[in-house]
Design a protein. Structure first.
Length: 140
């Protein structure tokens, strides 16, 4: 992987940590001033450490590649997690639909077997709902 500004930006946090590990005398201000600019970063490291440009570039290439690989692995893990979550939501929705169908079938069966009791329950529920609405409207 050839180090460029886009690669450096994409893996900056990982690269910055590796730079600090290798060249501990670089300050946060040094790194912040060169952030995203490959030439500035290499030049600053050369001035501060005296290390050869080719050695610095090689190390930064590896660090950026490692950072990009880590970002790719994180993205893949997130994709897997989201896929798993979507599957769980689908399964839960399916279970809820099945449960509602079973409840509807049981209710329908009960009404067919005991129509008078069902009618009495509905009448009672209607009276209670009417009383609640009446009390609510009067209290306003």
């Amino acid at each position: 992987m050839a180090l460029n500004t886009q690669t450096l930006h994409g893996a900056w946090n990982e690269v910055k940590g590796k730079i600090r590990e290798r060249w501990g005398d670089l300050t946060e201000d040094d790194l912040q001033s060169a952030r995203g600019n490959v030439e500035q970063l290499v030049g600053m490291i050369q001035r501060k450490t005296g290390e050869a440009r080719s050695s610095i570039m090689h190390y930064l290439d590896e660090a950026a590649s490692d950072g990009a690989n880590a970002a790719g692995a994180t993205a893949e893990a997130m994709t897997d997690y989201m896929s798993s979550a979507a599957e769980t939501v689908r399964d839960t929705a399916h279970d809820a639909v099945e449960s509602m169908r079973e409840g509807y079938a049981q209710t329908e069966d009960f009404v067919r077997r005991r129509p008078m009791e069902s009618l009495a329950v509905c009448f009672g529920a209607g009276l209670i709902a009417g009383a609640i609405v009446t009390l609510t409207l009067r209290s306003k």
